[in-house]
Design a protein around this ligand. Structure first.
Ligand code: IVH
Length: 709
């Protein structure tokens, strides 16, 4: 937004203007010329917007060559023949946020009254102009600087969805504008192949599409499943063909394009009024990842072409259209460091520490790099500018370095050979493993702290006060050597843990002193400490599967723990079972069976179980005989949120009635219980013809079995 109160002095403005022009031009050359951008789209947009604002304050700086008045990149020699477009290819002005969309709507309304607006996805690809003469494809040209582009006809002809000949009553000559893209699925497949061959993957679908279309060898282009969506007309001559009246509206153009055999967007809507348009934009953003191609926003266009002509163009963009940009999902940030984390199973994981950056609505500082092979594959160095991506709900990922931004000061990272916590040499668990582990599970402090914190987590004993910090304090103070002593902690023990005691005496009022009140003293166990002991006491009567999961046996997560607890009923029975019996349990199998057996062969492991049992931790499930076996032989999946069950208690309810609680829907599923917000699992159940139950029907099933339904 332009801020007129902060008008900078002219000399400063001129210097900043020059800087911005140079920067924007360099970024355009990298993006359009080399298909290898050096800043993220979002950063580029910020620079361009600053330039526009500066020129609004100092109109004398806005020369005709300014990037605010030009389109794309001035054409550098590329080896492709230059071709002049018959009609210029324009760019679009951006709206960041609904407010800016509403200002645009207001401007249109003021000039032309209330109008129908065509709303459509803004495809993140590269624009193309296709010329058809008497219905035959004669040329495919990139946008270039809007006036002149590169002749990529031979490559365009390899795109299967671009017809060589138009169907129906085609004009004598037409320039059709659209966006070439690489579908996300094809991009992912291409990258998976490259990674499997040990090659560096491509950064994103847009640059891959651009690079693919601008190949000197058309066979390479043909090997990439490029696609196109068309959205505009350039030059148009009807000749002897009867004029198609539909081209008098934007939506009509799309119907004509579709009839000629060209792909158009299926998400286009013709809307009127602010509210309907806002709702469209919100809806499209929520569907952002469901489309076959990437989109970075929506394009809004006045539907009536006579009104379009009235509103006209600025030097680079139509006044009758605007691009609404979504919050960016890909940003650039600095990889300040690579550190390693030692997990509860000893796995040593490198992770990136970045300059905190806002991406897709949250600030990101850390992202896992999985293992040393991944760091090498991504080719990132400490100090690199990196592409950070957080698509929707997906965990943030460091995509790779921006090689062009390197200064030479970046440092290669090497995986440490020794555990950063205990110094033990790291090793592969078995040959060929990508992960390295610290084998010192008995006394590596990092592993012990993580295991203890895990015991406190929701998926295990659910002890609120026992988080990472609490676990660390208990180990650091020497009160716990490992998890064996956790359930025998006493008040006396906690007095030695600074985090769980009061730092200073409580300040008493005169009245309290007069009344002879003692108050809390420094070193007394704090309210949190007392809560920890209370919670641990309560935890002792948790069901068996929570005890099993808390042992941190490799591969034994909540599902396997439940299966073991249900099948054997007690810790003694699990320990006594032979490998074959263990492996035969539904949901266990040979790998888990072996891990369980090996775990019990280690004396200090057995001591954990024994000390927990001695402290009163319940080591067997009381089978509630009063519960009927209503679900015997049935597999049930629960999804969405239910009113009377949590995610855990719904599983317990199923298992305690003899049923199997599964987490994925398959043709073996008997029932899906769908609560509020049930998503893809319910859809899959419908597709497979699996019976879907609401919560009331599920209660009935629990009480009386399937015959009652
Ligand atoms: S219309 C005269 N519609 O976005 C108007 N452009 O940032 C020409 N783009 O240069 C553009 N999806 O490459 C239009 N549905 C869509 C689009 C779209 C993507 C691209 C196009 C344009 C750029 C502007």
């Amino acid at each position: 937004m332009t801020d007129n109160t902060a008008r900078p002095p002219v000399a400063d403005a001129r210097a900043r203007h020059q800087e911005l022009v140079q920067e924007v031009e360099a970024h355009r050359a990298a993006y359009y010329g080399d298909d290898a951008p050096t800043v993220s789209d979002a950063q580029y947009d910020v620079l361009e917007r600053e330039l526009q604002d500066l020129e609004a304050l100092h109109p004398e700086l806005a020369t005709p060559e300014s990037p605010t008045r030009t389109v794309g990149a001035a054409s550098a020699p590329t080896g492709f023949e230059s071709v002049k477009h018959r009609e210029r290819m324009m760019s679009l002005d951006n709206a960041f946020g609904i407010d800016e969309v509403e200002s645009w709507l207001a401007r249109v309304g003021k000039e032309a009254g209330d109008q129908e607006i065509v709303c459509e996805p803004k495809i993140d690809g590269l624009s193309i102009s296709l010329t058809y003469v008497d219905g035959e494809l004669t040329r495919g040209v990139t946008r270039g600087d809007g006036t002149t582009g590169e002749d990529v006809t031979a490559n365009v002809r390899t795109i299967a969805t671009i017809p060589q000949r138009l169907t129906g009553a085609a004009p004598a000559l037409v320039e059709i504008r659209g966006e070439v893209f690489l579908p996300v699925a094809a991009f992912e497949e291409l990258n998976a192949g490259l990674v499997a061959e040990g090659k560096a993957p491509y950064a994103n679908p847009r640059n891959t599409a651009a690079g693919s279309l601008r190949q000197k060898n058309s066979e390479v282009t043909a090997s990439r499943p490029l696609d196109v969506t068309t959205y505009a007309l350039g030059a148009l001559e009807w000749g002897a063909t009867q004029v198609d009246a539909r081209v008098s509206t934007q939506a009509g153009i799309y119907r004509a394009l579709a009839d000629w055999g060209l792909p158009v967007s299926e998400f286009t809507a013709v809307l009127r009024g602010r509210e309907a348009i806002d709702a469209y934009l919100t809806d499209l953003e929520s569907k952002r990842h469901d489309l076959v191609h990437e989109i970075d926003g929506a394009v809004l266009k006045v539907n009536d072409r006579a009104v379009q002509a009235e509103l006209g163009f600025t030097s680079r963009a139509p006044r009758w259209a605007i691009a609404y940009k979504f919050a960016p999902e890909e940003v650039h940030t600095i990889l300040e460091d690579i550190r390693v984390d030692v997990g509860r199973t000893g796995r040593v994981t490198p992770y990136g520490v970045m300059t905190p950056t806002l991406v897709a609505g949250s600030t990101v500082t850390y992202a896992t790099l999985h293992n040393a092979h991944e760091v090498a594959r991504k080719g990132v160095r400490i100090g690199d500018t990196v592409v950070l991506r957080k698509a929707g709900d997906v965990i943030p990922e460091i995509v790779g370095p921006v090689v062009a931004a390197r200064t030479g000061a970046e440092r290669e990272w090497t995986m440490p050979a020794n555990c950063p916590s205990c110094g033990t040499p790291l090793a592969e668990q078995k040959q060929g493993d990508k992960d390295l582990r610290c084998p010192n599970s008995q006394s590596c402090p990092a592993q012990i702290v993580d295991r203890i914190a895990f015991i406190g987590s929701r998926g295990a004993f659910d002890v609120e006060v026992l988080g990472e910090k609490g676990a660390h304090a208990l180990v650091e103070s020497g009160v716990l050597q490992n998890e064996a002593g956790l359930f025998s902690l006493s008040m006396e023990d906690l007095r030695r843990v600074p985090l769980l005691t009061y730092e200073s005496d409580e300040k008493l009022t005169k009245k309290q002193v007069a009344a002879g009140e003692g108050g809390r003293k420094a070193g007394d166990v704090s309210a949190n400490g007392i809560k920890l002991l209370d919670n641990l006491e309560e935890a002792k009567s948790q069901p068996l599967w929570r005890v099993v999961v808390s042992l941190s046996i490799r591969h034994v997560g909540p599902t396997a723990s439940r299966a073991l607890a249900t099948a054997f009923g007690s810790m003694d029975a699990i320990r006594a079972a032979d490998a074959e019996t263990l492996a035969a349990v539904d949901g266990v199998g040979p790998v888990i069976a072996e891990a369980v057996q090996q775990w019990f062969e280690v004396p200090w492991h057995v001591e954990i179980v024994e000390r927990w049992a001695a402290a009163g931790v319940r080591m067997e499930d009381e089978r509630d005989e009063s519960l009927p076996d209503t679900l015997a032989g049935l597999t049930v999946v629960a999804t969405g949120s239910l009113e009377n069950f949590t995610r855990d208690s719904v599983k317990e309810a199923i298992i305690s009635r003899g049923g199997k609680a599964a987490s994925t829907v398959s043709k073996n599923t008997d029932y899906v219980v769908a609560g509020a917000g049930a998503g893809s699992k319910a859809t899959k159940a419908e597709a497979l013809g699996v019976t879907i139950l609401d919560e009331a029907a599920f209660q009935l099933l629990l009480e009386s079995g399937p015959d009652a339904l």
